[in-house]
Every structure is written in C-alpha cells, then in structure tokens.
Design a protein around this ligand. Structure first.
Ligand code: BTN
Length: 265
C-alpha cells in the first residue's frame, strides 16, 4: 500500500468546506469510529471527523458487521443537525450521493446506489453507510447524528473469502487509485452543499440526485422483511427517500428503510 497520507493536514489541504472536516482525529486501530464518536467525541462541534486506519468491529445496518481491514477509508462525521425526524432520514441518502460524486470526480467511474445505504460499482458493493442519531428525552431534534462511511479501496479477497462474491473495491477498477485523504476530502466537499440545502428546508434536489443513481428503479427485486420475502418491481422513490414497490398482485407499498431490505434480481 503506497497510501501513507491519512493525516488531518492531508485532508484539510484538499477541503473546500466551511465547517465539515475542519477538526477531527485519526486513530490507528479502533473498534468502530461510529462507536468512538458516540462514546468520546459527541460534544465536539458540528463537522468533527473521526477516521481509523482499521476497525476491529466495524458496524453496518441491521446489526451487521462491516469488515474493515487496513487500507480502506473509515470515516465518521459528527453533525448537530437542526432537522426534524422526517428529514433526518435523508442523511444516509445524502452521504450516498456524496460518495458517488467523490468517486466520480476522482476516479471517473459511475457508481450507483443500492437503496438505502450501499454504493455499488457494477454489481459489487464498494461502500456502506451507517447513520446513527441520539435524542434527549422528548426532543424533536437530535442532540447529534453520526454519519459513518466505509469505502473499500483495496480488498484482499484471500483474507476475506466471505466477501469475494459481494464486495468490490476501487482498486479493482482500471484507475489511478485516490489516496484516502483525497477521497475523504472529496466526500466532505460534496456532502456540505447538500447538507446546507437540507438545513435550509430544501431536500428536493437531493432526493432527485439520489433517485437518479438508484440501481433498482423499474427493476425486479425481492423485498425482505424479517423472515418474509416477496417479489416486486421497484416503481419509484418518495420525496422522503422511501421506496415505492408494486407486488405481483399490483398492490403498491411504500417501504421505509428500518427493518426492510431489498435484493436485486
Ligand atoms: C453497512 O454496510 O450496512 C454500513 C457500513 C458502514 C461502515 C462505516 S465505516 C465507518 C463507520 N464505523 C462503523 O463501525 N461503521 C461505519
């Protein structure tokens, strides 16, 4: 690995943001940058970032593990969003769009989004996003939110055979691989303008950008809800980022991300 550049100064040298990524910390090895922000850094100002060279207990959605060996980008961004609950759910789509834009800009590739939180190149996942928020009692808005982003830059499939069929990495593509600092800065640069729009009450363009990158629109999918599964066609996306599906009886449903996931067929 030639990328020895994961320092805050290497990131800030490439940042164009006002607030995001302007302060932070880098750990060499930790359980999970999301967990560490929640335990040790949640009082930090909006835009604080925590990165790790590797994670020993990287976490994904629905209690899954996010395998996080050295070489990947593991970035958690702390926000104190003045957003109501229904808009808060757009932070994950926002991060997915920002990752796509960053990868597009640095690598000339065209990633797509698998609803709700995965970024794909072709049919392989290269990035996962986990957003977590903490609320005080009776609070309508969160004390803080943590947007955790994990990107596979390299992936040693012999060390992780369980990922061989599903996970991809930027290094699999015929590109000049960006450094983790370049990628982190590009993600934050893309994130901030969408975030400012959302704070200003305008999420419409963001949802449109997310919709444009969805890999399941108008395609057959399997909806997985607990132990139940059923086939459907993905027919649209609401302005809240919820998926609209039509089952084989023509019945339309709106899926919220919570416990539901989809499989592309
Ligand atoms: C998923 O695939 O379901 C989401 C994966 C999110 C991984 C990132 S890596 C940085 C942050 N720390 C974690 O433990 N998880 C997120």
């Amino acid at each position: 690995m030639n990328d020895t550049s994961l320092t805050l100064s290497a990131i800030s040298a490439q940042l164009h943001t006002q607030r995001l990524g302007r302060c932070g910390h880098i750990l060499s090895r930790t359980d999970s940058t999301n967990t560490q922000i929640k335990q040790r850094f949640c009082e930090q100002p909006e835009g604080f970032i925590l990165l790790a060279e590797e994670q020993t207990s990287g976490r994904g959605r629905q209690g899954r593990t996010f395998v996080s060996p050295a070489g990947g980008l593991y970035l958690s961004l702390l926000l104190h969003p003045d957003l109501p609950f229904d808009k808060l759910s757009l932070l994950t789509p926002l991060a997915a769009v920002a990752v796509c834009q960053a990868v597009e800009q640095l690598c000339g590739l065209c990633p797509q989004i698998k609803w709700v939180n995965d970024v794909f190149l072709g049919n392989r996942k290269v990035c996962g996003i986990l957003t977590e928020s903490a609320f005080g009692q009776f609070a309508a808005k969160p004390d803080y939110s943590v947007v955790g982003i994990g990107v596979n830059l390299n992936l040693d499939r012999t060390a992780h055979p369980e990922l061989a069929e599903i996970a991809g990495a930027l290094a699999d593509e015929n590109i000049l691989l960006p450094t983790r600092a370049q990628l982190a800065a590009a993600i934050l640069n893309a994130f901030e303008p969408w975030y400012d729009q959302l704070l200003a009450g305008n999420g419409h363009e963001l949802v449109q950008a997310y919709r444009n990158r969805l890999n399941c629109l108008h395609k057959p999918i399997t909806v997985v809800s607990g132990d139940a599964t059923y086939p459907a066609i993905c027919t649209g996306l609401t302005d809240e980022g919820n998926l609209i599906v039509t089952d084989e009886h023509g019945q339309q449903s709106v899926l919220c991300s919570g416990e539901i996931r989809i499989r592309l067929e």
